[in-house]
Design a protein around this ligand. Sequence first.
Ligand SMILES: Cc1cc2nc3c(=O)[nH]c(=O)nc-3n(C[C@H](O)[C@H](O)[C@H](O)COP(=O)(O)OP(=O)(O)OC[C@H]3O[C@@H](n4cnc5c(N)ncnc54)[C@H](O)[C@@H]3O)c2cc1C
Length: 391
Amino acid sequence: MSSITLQERTEFQEALRKGVRAVCSKYPDSYWRELEAKSAYPEEFVNDITQCGYLSALIPEEYGGSGLGIVEASIILEEINRSGGNSGACHAQMYTMGTLLRHGNKEQKEKYLPKIANGSLRLQAFGVTEPNTGTDTTKLKTFAERKGDKYIVNGQKVFISRTQYSDLMLLLVRTTPLEQVTKKTEGLSVLLVNLKEAVGNGLTIKPIRTMMNHATTELFIEDLEVPVENLIGEEGKGFKYILDGMNAERILIAAECIGDGRWFIERATNYAKERIVFNRPIGQNQGVQFPIARAHVNIEAADLMRYRAAELFDSGKKCGAEANMAKLLAADASWEAANAALQTHGGFGFAEEYDIERKFKETRLYQVAPISTNLILSYVSEHVLGLPRSY
Ligand SMILES: Cc1cc2nc3c(=O)[nH]c(=O)nc-3n(C[C@H](O)[C@H](O)[C@H](O)COP(=O)(O)OP(=O)(O)OC[C@H]3O[C@@H](n4cnc5c(N)ncnc54)[C@H](O)[C@@H]3O)c2cc1C
């Protein structure tokens, strides 16, 4: 994208939006609603959006992807959520792949990236969180012991999404016990796990029912064998590799929240114009207008930070502060918009057929995952403002 003019890039982005919208228009509200009722995975949609090449936006052209930037990738996910859909079903493919792309060796990239790009392999699962350590990632207990040309993995993970619908999973494990490292961020490694081979051979997947349709699971790992050739990068350096991908993840999630926010505001505005109570549209009352208008203002402000972070990322500059701030602002704004939309719809906001309650639940997640609001504020306090570390 670097060799084209700004105008060409803007036109390209507009065409990209239109293309994603065209795919999404085949999957109306009723599609997502029915999936939620059945707790089913959007197979058809994910296959379609993959076949159209959108999920491989960040994979370089030499590996069969389209070699776009995070700005464009974020537009794709924004449009999915803007259409009423949920990128949560497939977003991990974009940022998880980055760890393999940046830190995998030549053989690993040649083996996996073209298949991920053409959709014959899904890399949608990313296993970090554990039940007993939560946000305190470096304390995670899942351990991989090297024995010859294999790692023997034992441990447990929780809230690992899409494992039942993915072929591959990036798994963060300890390879050196915490007591034996000088820095707690050392001694963690990233393994690429072939989920189809692992299930029944050391890996048990247990779905977790959540308030929204998110295909998240608990993993029980007992003597799971992973070939050493599936180690990504160097042993013991995994935490750094995972952190690398986190700015991309924050920016992409921010864009999803922007998409959600715009969807809520459009629904709220339309409903407020149409719903007549006391012989006038409810949207004529400032008490109804203002929360929607305020949410719109905040979505637009968050969107500026999202682009600021994305552009820094694409130009290879430091963007940790901006990526975190974009995620926080966008998640707060989409949640505000969700509340405004629910309130505007009155009782009908709670009725499934209006889809507000579905999206309301979906967007609420982003206050907690993939990183909670408190942890972003801690990051800004410590790394931007220079305040003492609080934990
Ligand atoms: C639907 C869903 C899907 C998910 N998908 C994945 C996935 O695919 N892969 C994966 O690895 N993980 C996934 N997660 C896990 C998610 O990233 C974690 O839930 C999140 O990081 C918070 O960790 P925790 O739940 O253990 O909360 P905890 O770490 O127990 O924290 C609980 C609360 O305490 C607050 N808190 C903790 N410590 C501090 C502190 N020092 N200062 C201030 N506040 C603090 C947190 O902000 C949070 O609000 C998913 C979670 C959900 C709900």
